[in-house]
Design a protein around this ligand. Structure first.
Ligand SMILES: [Mn+2]
Length: 696
């Protein structure tokens, strides 16, 4: 799934509740409900102490999560916009929603008349807008639990320019007006065993405490759910698509705490935690414990869980480590800011560097996942021919024995993605999807994070492109793959989707004379070319993803084309599908890529209202065996661990360079060998055909 175009949020796809709701209701109903919600909020803003001129409603929960549980979808509740990223702003007479390029189209469709879409990167940013549009002395409220230290401080600095103030609201105002807010989840905490985690909690804590001591820190607050899960080797199911538990953690030189709804912790799990020196405390106790932590030495384990650190050590070091990108402003505000180290979390990097057990697990999970994807393609190919009389996956052109579209049977974006899920669900260690499947036909493929709904989604169409971006959570690894396919020959109606302005440097007539398939081929060849260029990259240690991003864009840039998302993100080990701290993006992030990190390779190209193309593999970074070693830095390269064919019919092979053809043939031949034992005879025969060597 595509990573975001900007730095802070490793954002992601739309959520499950959505377009359908808006379309089933009348616009009037929507506008009335929306008006009532906004009016209730404005009245709370007026009666707040101090009264608020504006209220910011971020997308994030108390843990700054990218994916949040149903009861934490406050921004979605107030705005009606279901995308995963964005921030809402309500003033006394305006309602504005900022989101990024992946969601412009979706937000336009979902926002009611009360709301105005603000395009990140094009319109003024939220803080700039507030400074320019609200008077001096304006009070701008936000729930300090739902905003990171970094963001809150950035806003404070911006607001100060106009003597405006960021006000921490005493309660969450949205929660107060949200009748029928979903109730708290109570899913069990499970231990993630060594056989999959590859590293003990004791070892991870020892490492962490060395870093704390080195930084002269007495303790650290963890608020990011995947960091808590990774550090304590626990998993849960509190948030869809992410196997995490709603919890905070505090680790000091000689103690470790897990703040969680105690009902979620069985006595067996509690004993395992205790053995590791972790004391379980109530979720809400984190507030008062942070206050104790701030007065060095006062936060201590109960006698039942004593560790073996020494008081002496603790007293020398009186700083508290906080990751400003993930820690909420509420907890930070309880600390003495002179005694805080604001720095990237010390577990972000160790979590990103996969150990040998995790690496092995990821590779195995991707093989099972690849087999599921091939089974899906085989099934889809058959369905498209049987139901729609399509030419099929292999044949370029109209169906030879074209029959009428079946009156009784049809295939939709949702029924198809359900089938894909069922193939995955049949695989060993399957635990669920890693994000909502993006299953998109024709113009929907241009909505980068499109999430189809059963009632409103599109039917398949043999004349349209089909893009699917999907992944799963397996006990031994998380997957994320995108392929784009076509089962027929694009026809005149697709042609009509294109208009002259898009081809400012192309001779329109020449283009119209050529077939649309040729056009698809010429675009997807560029996407594939960029995808291969990234896969083949070799680079010295110390290189960050920003420097490599251009490799995937060069073929598109050459013709004045581009895509509005990052090229790659890290991927968790049975954790979040988007994982930092590194990123391959056109926006700078100075985190060098290192051996044993994972990263995706996913360039694309999208034409609003017409189609979208994206290809995505997961890569592992490894040491490269280069001929020379300039500067003695050591060189790195990528190893792809995703296995599923590329549809060669969609690629203009004559435009690929000989080494790119070789790459494709080598990849396909490995694909066949690796997946063979996971497929039945029919599926394997199909895969053999799909992976036959090609030439220019
Ligand atoms: Mn991805």
């Amino acid at each position: 799934m595509s990573s975001p175009p900007y730095n802070n949020i490793l954002a992601s796809p739309g959520t499950t509740q959505s377009l359908s709701i808006r379309k089933r209701d009348t616009h009037r109903q929507i506008d009335e409900n929306m008006a009532a919600t906004l009016s209730a909020l404005r009245s709370l803003m007026s009666s707040h102490n101090p009264p608020l001129d504006a209220l910011v409603v971020p997308s994030e929960d108390y843990h700054q999560s990218e994916y949040v549980s149903a009861r934490d979808k406050r921004r979605e509740f107030v705005s009606g916009f279901t995308g995963s990223a964005g921030v809402a702003l309500i003033t006394m007479n305006k309602a504005l929603l900022w989101t990024d390029g992946r969601y412009f189209l979706q937000a336009t469709q979902q926002l009611s008349g009360e709301w105005k879409l603000m395009r990140m990167g094009e319109d003024p940013a939220l803080d700039v807008w507030l400074v320019d549009n609200l008077p001096s002395d304006a009070a701008i409220g936000v729930d300090p639990w739902c905003v990171s230290v970094e963001t809150a401080q950035r806003w404070e600095r911006a607001f100060a320019k106009n003597q405006q103030k960021l006000v921490q609201t005493s309660t969450n105002l949205v929660d107060e007006v949200w009748k029928n807010r979903p109730s708290e989840e109570a899913n069990p905490v499970v231990v993630h065993p060594m056989e999959y985690s590859g590293r003990s909690v004791t070892d991870k804590l020892k490492d962490l405490r060395e870093k704390l001591t080195h930084a002269r820190a007495h303790g650290i607050i963890f608020t990011a759910l995947d960091e808590v899960a990774w550090l304590y080797n626990i998993r849960g199911s509190d948030v869809s698509y992410c196997p995490v538990v709603h919890a905070f953690a505090i680790v000091t030189i000689n103690s470790a705490f897990l703040y969680v709804d105690k009902r979620k912790v069985s006595s067996e799990v509690n004993s395992v935690l205790k053995e590791n020196g972790i004391e379980v405390r109530d979720y809400s106790a984190v507030s008062s414990d942070v206050v104790l932590l701030a007065s060095a030495g006062q936060l201590d384990l109960s006698s039942a869980v004593k560790g073996n650190g020494t008081k002496e050590e603790e007293n020398k070091n009186d700083f508290i480590w906080v990751d400003s990108g993930s820690c909420c402003y509420a907890l930070y505000s309880k600390l003495n800011s002179d005694k805080v180290i604001l720095q990237q979390s010390p577990v972000a990097l160790p979590k990103a560097l996969k150990n040998p057990v995790e690496m092995e697990g990821l590779k195995k999970a991707h093989i099972r996942d690849g087999a599921a994807v091939v089974q899906y393609l085989v099934w889809l190919d058959k369905q498209m021919q049987e139901i729609y009389g399509a030419a099929g996956y292999f044949v370029e052109g109209d169906g030879a024995n074209k029959k009428k579209k079946s009156e009784t049977m049809k295939l939709t974006e949702v029924t198809a993605s359900d089938k894909l899920e069922s193939f995955r669900a049949s695989k060993e260690h399957f635990r669920g999807l890693s994000f909502p499947t993006i299953s998109s036909v024709g113009p929907n493929a241009a909505i980068i994070h499109y999430s189809p709904e059963a009632e409103t989604c599109a039917d398949f169409d043999p004349e349209s492109i089909y893009l699917f971006d999907s992944g799963a959570q397996y006990l031994d690894g998380t997957t994320d793959i995108t392929r784009t396919v076509h089962f027929g020959k694009p026809s005149a109606h697709v042609k009509a989707c294109y208009t002259a302005p898009k081809f400012n440097s192309m001779d329109l007539e020449t283009w119209l004379l050529s077939s649309v398939l040729n056009y698809f081929q010429s675009i997807s060849f560029k996407v594939l070319k960029g995808h291969i260029a990234m896969d083949n990259a070799r680079f010295p240690n110390g290189t960050n993803g920003h420097s490599l991003d251009i490799l995937a864009r060069i073929p598109l840039w050459k013709d004045g084309l581009d895509y509005r998302h990052g090229t790659g993100h890290g991927i968790g080990s049975y954790l979040n599908v988007h994982e930092g701290p590194h990123l391959i993006s056109f926006r700078p992030r100075n985190v060098p890529l290192q051996a044993s990190m994972t990263v995706t390779d996913e360039p694309g190209y999208y034409e609003d209202g017409s189609f979208g193309i994206r290809l995505e593999n997961v890569l592992i970074i490894k040491e490269a065996d280069t001929k020379f070693n300039f500067g003695g830095k050591g060189y790195l390269s990528f190893e792809h661990i995703t296995w599923a064919p590329y549809q060669t019919k969609l690629i203009n092979l004559s435009l690929l360079a000989p080494d790119e053809i070789d790459w494709l043939n080598t990849y396909h031949s490995k694909c066949r060998d690796i997946l063979a034992s996971h497929l039945d005879q029919y599926e394997l025969a199909w895969l053999k055909k799909a992976t036959e060597p090609v030439s220019a």
